[in-house]
Write a protein that binds this ligand. Structure first.
Ligand code: TXA
Ligand code: MG
Length: 339
């Protein structure tokens, strides 16, 4: 299949019309969002949705998030009447938050979107390209991240072209993803609410809206209690081995002295002078380690560059986990795991 690449400068009324026709005829289109690029299809068309699973090589027991333009599109599909849901929607939508809600009418969403569950995850993205597409089509779009299953999520159109060229109908080129990590997923089906996947909207951010004690993290290490089926699979991984070292910067330099150009060290720009004579390659996650947003935005791109450059081993110093770094640490830990 020839994949149409819709470049930024050609994103206009005509291309929007074509995109709509693609969805209506059951095709798959990759679109930018502020978190990561998504692989989208009409959530009410089972055949179209099955093409997403094929293109990604995604296990069919892993449900998809449905993207929408305005809340009333969800009427009669999910129950969003809980006042806490209203508070979160008001504060964080459009934006990088997905809510797991009770599905009230399963006839109105293709069964493979929910993988047969009685709940549905929904999100109103803020990215301007995603919003234009959702506004113009008024469709509910099922969209997982636009990577091949197991690879780091795409944060640039080039990443999507690498993974999806000739597998889907079209790829919309937008900006590089502003956030760079997938949305915060919140299970709203019981109280307190539970964060099923950490993201840039943190526990403290949510507590500020719902109050302390009304939101908790799911225990991500407890394999029996998986809420989000996707979190049990190996994820976000480069081909190289990613080693997270819990040691001092000076010790790290000693380790790196015995490496070669097949090894890469991910560090910060403010360490440039300390690392300039090392035998390994270097990439900078951000200006310094305080820049969590910049680090999050760059992580997947760096991991993908490492694969393109045939790096075999990647080192990074352990990042201290706190409210702000939780999502970044979660993705790094997953990328380093062999499961
Ligand atoms: O930022 C994002 O969320 C991106 C952009 C494209 O919106 N999408 C994304 O989708 O990351 P995906 O499919 O890569 O990850 C969705 C996660 C998976 O872990 C999946 O298991 C979980 O959400 N999920 C989806 N529907 C669910 C449901 N009904 N119940 C529990 N977990 C669900
Ligand atoms: Mg994904």
């Amino acid at each position: 299949m020839k994949t149409e690449i819709i470049r930024r400068e050609f994103f206009n009324k005509n291309s929007l019309k074509r995109i709509k026709e693609y969805y209506i005829s059951g095709k798959v289109v990759a679109i930018p969002t502020e978190t990561v690029y998504g692989l989208s299809a009409d959530a009410q068309n089972e055949k179209a949705v099955s093409k997403i699973f094929e293109a990604k090589n995604r296990p069919i027991d892993n449900p998809l998030i449905v993207h929408f333009y305005e809340l009333n599109q969800l009427n009669g599909i999910v129950d969003y009447s809980d006042p806490w849901v209203g508070l979160l929607a008001n504060k964080f939508w459009p934006g990088p938050m997905s809510l797991i809600l009770p599905l009230v009418n399963k006839e109105r969403i293709a069964a493979n979107v929910t993988a047969g569950l009685t709940s549905l995850a929904v999100r109103m993205p803020s990215d301007k390209y995603a919003r234009r597409i959702l506004e113009e089509t008024r469709l509910l779009l099922a969209a997982p991240s636009a990577n091949t299953s197991g690879k780091p999520s795409p944060t640039r159109a080039d990443h999507v072209i690498n993974d999806m060229d000739e597998k889907i109908e079209a790829i919309v080129e937008g900006d590089d993803s502003e956030i760079g990590l997938e949305s915060t997923v919140i299970d709203c089906r019981q109280r307190p609410f539970v964060i099923a996947r950490p993201g840039s909207i943190s526990l403290n951010d949510i507590e500020a809206v719902l109050g302390k004690g009304n939101i908790f993290y799911h225990d991500f290490n407890h394999r029996e209690k998986i809420i989000s089926p996707g979190t049990k699979y190996r994820h976000y991984s480069p081909d190289a081995d990613l080693l997270i070292e819990d040691t001092s910067f000076d010790n790290m330099l000693q380790i790196l002295k015995n490496t070669d150009e097949k090894t890469l060290f991910i560090t910060y720009k403010n360490k440039e002078r300390d690392v300039k004579n090392l035998p390994c390659k270097i990439k900078y996650l951000a200006k310094n380690e305080e820049n969590i947003e910049e680090s999050s935005k760059n992580l997947y791109n760096i991991l993908r560059e490492c694969d393109l450059e045939n790096i075999k081993t990647i080192y990074i110093l352990k990042i201290k986990e706190n409210d702000k770094t939780k999502a970044l640490v979660n993705r790094l830990t997953k990328a380093s795991s062999k499961m």
